[in-house]
Design a protein around this ligand. Structure first.
Ligand code: TNX
Length: 513
């Protein structure tokens, strides 16, 4: 739907504007409900003010975040004013929103005099400003001043998420990523209404977070990474900085320490954690399944207690992830004994547990969220888990794994689960994916990015874009809006934004970029 702006413009300006103005539904993830009004449109100008809900420091902060995006490219002053006046502008208001929008949704109304975003909570205002960004021309993302016009198409959006969690996982263990690199990814995730960042903080190849009393975990266990290049780790301050940064974008960090397998870095750092008392060497290859904590040693549980206490202390989110996948070197009965001792430690420190789907082989309480990572809809016990009352997070490896190659020629990544082109990443319904698991038992979706072959931000972006926005749409938008032709064309327009932002995306031949 193209919008025609008539009032006070020369026909040339109107024609330019017609070309530049987007459709109100040209947004990823597509909003739940869009009613365009072709007679209306708002134009940003030198006089535009960003009004924010009086008395709300958080609404003001969201207003400043919007101004930070819009000022460099438009060159407009865009003052952020904590009150509402009759003047034209962009208003970010709390309360009296459509009841359907819940805590993360928003309504957005655009007419000649301005844009009003209304939400019940600041997270909804934040989601609304991400939509507003996408309703402006792609060049609005430029860090340098561009020429306008800056037109927002008219009409009304009511928008809210289908699932509670839209997540991304980054493996900082196989290759380490700096605080700056993770923040860059957080910025990208936030644009697509992702609300959870799962950090895979320890694996065979590296331990990436400081734990008081266990200094060799990081000084030695964090010293290297896959291929033997120098590793790294986050101090408690670094980690807290990431948590706060994510939180400012309404993204909750879920930290993972994988156990009892995937633990070579810890076992190499402390000989006493090994059943035979001998520390193995550091590992820089990419095999899985060869390491295990010593289930029969008390020191194992003292260690795990120290680790979980520190993660709980540093993490405001409700969940801690305790891994549990591919414990091929832990006998099944030992696995159950280990998890049944570790799960209560998570609860003791006031957190809920989440883990890879194997965790349901132990006896977790129903507040524990299994993360399904099977290939296709394989039987991993998820129907039984759902029947018991567990909520399940979906990360099917052949659909949502961001480390899978797109085609046989993709220079990065793996292919053990599937090749995943964009249509495959988009073409499934999380609410109907697992047999005998009703939509009500699905907590959401998460796109894991394992980093055996991924070394820097350019690599992260190449694998995540455009598949992560596809997953974000499956997690956010109503099933009835799913449409490959619509998604393809909306995604093509995101490509223009990524080009401006310097995001190194994969130019899939499936998309009319
Ligand atoms: C399997 S998926 C793993 C990871 C690897 C990944 C590579 C899962 C829970 N475990 O340890 O990095 O495959 O694709």
């Amino acid at each position: 739907v193209l919008t025609v702006v008539t009032s006070g413009m020369s026909s040339l300006a109107a024609a330019e504007d017609l070309a530049a103005t987007k459709s109100l539904s040209d947004v990823v993830p597509v909003p739940a409900s869009v009613v365009p009004d072709a007679r209306q449109a708002f134009q940003l100008s030198w006089r535009t003010v960003i009004f924010t809900q009086a008395g709300s420091a958080e609404a003001a902060r969201v207003g400043r975040q919007l101004a930070d995006v819009l000022r460099p490219s438009t060159g407009f002053p865009l003052p952020v004013v904590p009150s509402v006046s009759a003047h034209s502008g962009i208003a970010l208001l709390l309360g009296h929103a459509d009841p359907r929008v819940g805590q993360e949704g928003y309504q957005l109304t655009v007419n000649r005099s301005g844009v009003v975003i209304r939400a019940n909570a600041p997270a909804g205002l934040f989601a609304g400003i991400q939509t507003l960004r996408q309703l402006l021309p792609a060049k609005v993302e430029n860090k340098h001043r561009q020429s306008g016009p800056w037109t927002v198409p008219g009409g009304r959006i009511v928008d809210f998420p289908r699932f509670a969690v839209r997540g991304a996982m980054l493996d900082v263990a196989r290759h380490f990523f700096s605080v700056a690199e993770v923040k860059r990814y957080i910025d990208q995730l936030a644009q697509y209404k992702i609300n959870q960042l799962h950090l895979h903080l320890a694996d065979d190849q590296g331990w990436r977070i400081e734990i008081p009393g266990w200094p060799r975990l990081t000084s030695y266990g964090g010293s290297t990474e896959v291929d033997g290049t120098p590793g790294g780790f986050y101090t408690a301050r670094d980690y807290s900085e990431l948590v706060a940064y994510a939180r400012s974008k309404y993204i909750t960090v879920v930290p993972e320490i994988d156990m009892p397998g995937h633990t070579n870095a810890a076992l190499a750092s402390y000989a006493e954690l090994n059943c035979n008392g001998v520390a193995p060497p550091l590992y820089t290859g990419t095999d899985v399944g060869f390491s295990s904590f010593c289930v029969d040693k008390e020191i194992t549980y003292k260690f795990v207690d120290d680790v979980i206490r520190e993660l709980a202390r540093l993490t405001p989110g409700e969940y801690l992830h305790i891994g549990g996948d591919e414990a091929h070197s832990t006998p099944p009965a030992d696995y159950v004994r280990f998890m049944d001792r570790v799960l209560p430690i998570v609860a003791k420190y006031g957190k809920k547990a989440t883990g890879w789907h194997e965790i349901t082989k132990a006896n977790p309480s129903t507040t524990t969220v299994p993360q399904y990572w099977g290939v296709g809809a394989e039987d991993a016990g998820m129907a039984a888990a759902a029947a018991k009352g567990h909520q399940i997070l979906l990360s099917p490896a052949d659909r949502s794994y961001l480390d899978m190659k797109y085609t046989p020629d993709t220079p990065l990544g793996q292919d053990w689960a599937s090749l995943i082109e964009v249509d495959r990443a988009y073409g499934w319904d999380p609410g109907k994916f697992l047999a005998n698991v009703p939509e009500s038992a699905i907590r959401g979706v998460e796109g894991p990015l394992w980093t055996e072959t991924i070394t820097d931000s350019a690599d992260i972006e190449f694998m995540a874009f455009p598949r992560l926005p596809a997953l974000a749409e499956l997690g956010w938008s109503p099933a009835a809006t799913h449409s490959w032709p619509s998604f393809r064309s909306r995604l093509a327009h995101q490509g223009a934004r990524w080009t401006v932002q310097g995001v190194n995306f994969y130019r899939s031949p499936q998309i009319p970029w």
